[in-house]
Write a protein that binds this ligand. Structure first.
Ligand code: 4AD
Ligand code: MG
Length: 450
């Protein structure tokens, strides 16, 4: 018996192989029975010809339930018309386990009932669209690791239990840590600032948690973030890195995960356009553009565009909301780097721009096609006195930041970094605006299972 996987059929043309998988779909036509087999690596059509097969087996296969696990033995034939370019001329099928009737996930993936699909996420992940989406996620994660490895960033993971907040306490999940209060991390950044002073360039990559009660298509309560941090670096270095990084990740998906993008029906010309340089625009200029575009959409946009425009900003001052980000994504067809937000709306660790101290040396990278904010980052406050003042100003517990302040006492240098949300990035690359479909088992405001 020669075992093969569907993704490697090109190595077995005209040979007999055995494939192990599950029955994805089936249709019959006269003496022919077509079994669509999936084995995790892909799908292939297996053709059963009644006269060539054991009649009892043929009859059983004609009624075999979807998702029954089967082992198919047959000859690999090149077939340009079939998906993947091959089909199997079946000689024998072994039924490993017959699935129960009424498989909860219909084959049609345009099933509108998203709650039903999410309730059955453990089965839904077998379907073509979720399967391809998670393959893109796999490529994105591997590209992230390779990118930083190739550039000699050292992976130094940060803890998940933390004693204090990074971005403010309102968004934290509190846990009981042996009668002490602890929080699930919302960012590894503060620890990265320590590790980059030990290794020069570091990154952490893991799950992060936000208890914000957001019910949008861009928010999860548990999501994966990759966070690089560089010693002796400033805002411009961060923007250069963002550009190199995002174009690298997209390019990798285009070259190594093309077949999954095709299954998703992604318009790849949009991704092929994601090359350096990306637009760099100040917060002040971005606000002006948003306000101008807002007026234009309200005057002559579609109903959808008008709805977005209504929610957009009418004057500068606040952090961008979802509508503002969507409008930026309409104006530019590449990820856009918006820098120098008002210092007052950003986290305590942000360094002020010496030229205009009311603005911070920070950057958000906003994706096109409604992807929203993919990256947040910037240059960190490196002066002990300024940082102490910021901690006081934000009413944060000084004691908890003692170790963090030490980094400014012993060899402080300009340093900078960013955080990229994996799910928003995968959603953007897949052309799927919902982050809930880009992580295997999403954790949302009202969803903790399966
Ligand atoms: O902008 P954020 O909050 O930045 C930080 O946490 C910094 N400390 C990172 C750093 O400089 N090291 O989050 C970074 C990114 C966002 O741009 C977004 O892509 C993603 O994390 N993100 C979320 N993704 C899904 N669900 C949520 N609730 C998210 N919140 C942030
Ligand atoms: Mg942000």
């Amino acid at each position: 018996m020669q075992l093969a996987s569907i993704s490697k059929l090109e190595n077995f043309v005209d040979q007999e192989v055995t494939l192990r998988g599950w029955l994805y779909n089936r249709r019959g036509k006269g003496k022919l029975l077509f079994l669509i087999l999936r084995d995790g690596t892909g799908h292939v059509q297996c053709v059963c010809f009644r006269p060539d097969m054991d009649p009892e087996l043929f009859a059983r296969l004609e009624k075999l339930t979807y998702e029954s696990s089967i082992q198919v033995t047959g000859v690999v034939k090149k077939d340009e018309r079939s998906q993947g370019g091959f089909e199997i001329g079946v000689k024998d099928v072994k039924v490993v386990s017959e699935a129960e009737e009424n498989y909860p996930i219909a084959i049609q993936e345009d099933t509108p009932n998203i709650d039903h699909l999410l309730d059955n996420r453990h089965l839904w992940i077998r379907s073509k669209i979720p399967h391809a989406t998670l393959r893109i996620r796999n490529e994105v994660v591997q590209a992230i690791r390779d990118f930083f490895y190739e550039r000699e960033f050292i992976l130094v993971d940060s803890p998940i239990f933390t004693p204090n907040a990074c971005e403010g306490t309102t968004n934290l999940f509190e846990v009981d840590y042996f009668d002490e209060k602890a929080y699930l991390t919302q960012s590894g950044q503060l620890y990265n600032e320590a590790t980059c002073m030990a290794h020069g360039k570091t990154y952490c990559f893991g799950p992060t948690f936000r208890a914000e009660k957001s019910k949008t298509r861009r928010h999860l309560t548990e999501f994966w973030m990759v966070e690089p941090e560089m010693a002796y670096a400033g805002l411009d270095d961060v923007m250069d890195l963002c550009e190199d990084f995002l174009s690298y990740v997209v390019e990798r998906c285009l070259t190594r995960a093309r077949k999954w993008l095709d299954i998703l029906g992604r318009d790849v010309t949009k991704l092929e356009n994601v090359t350096k340089p990306f637009p760099r625009i100040s917060y002040a200029d971005a606000c002006a553009k948003i306000i101008e575009k807002r007026a234009q959409l309200l005057a002559s946009g579609s109903d959808d565009e008008k709805r977005i425009a209504k929610d957009a900003m009418t004057e500068p001052g606040d952090d961008f909301g979802a509508a503002d980000e969507t409008i930026i994504g309409m104006i530019f067809d590449k990820p856009t780097m918006v820098h120098r937000y008002p210092k007052s709306i950003k986290a305590f660790y942000m360094k002020a721009d010496p030229q205009q101290p009311e603005y911070a040396l920070c950057v958000d990278v906003i994706g096109p096609e409604g992807a929203g904010e993919l990256i947040g980052g910037g240059e960190r406050e490196d002066s002990l006195d300024n940082l102490l003042a910021a901690i006081k100003h934000h009413k944060l517990p000084e004691e908890a930041f003692k170790w963090y302040l030490d980094l400014r006492r012993y060899g402080s240098v300009p340093h900078a970094g960013f955080g990229l949300g994996v799910e928003r990035t995968v959603g953007w690359i897949c052309g799927n605006p919902h982050v809930r479909e880009t992580i295997p088992f999403p954790r949302l405001l009202h969803r903790l299972s399966p």
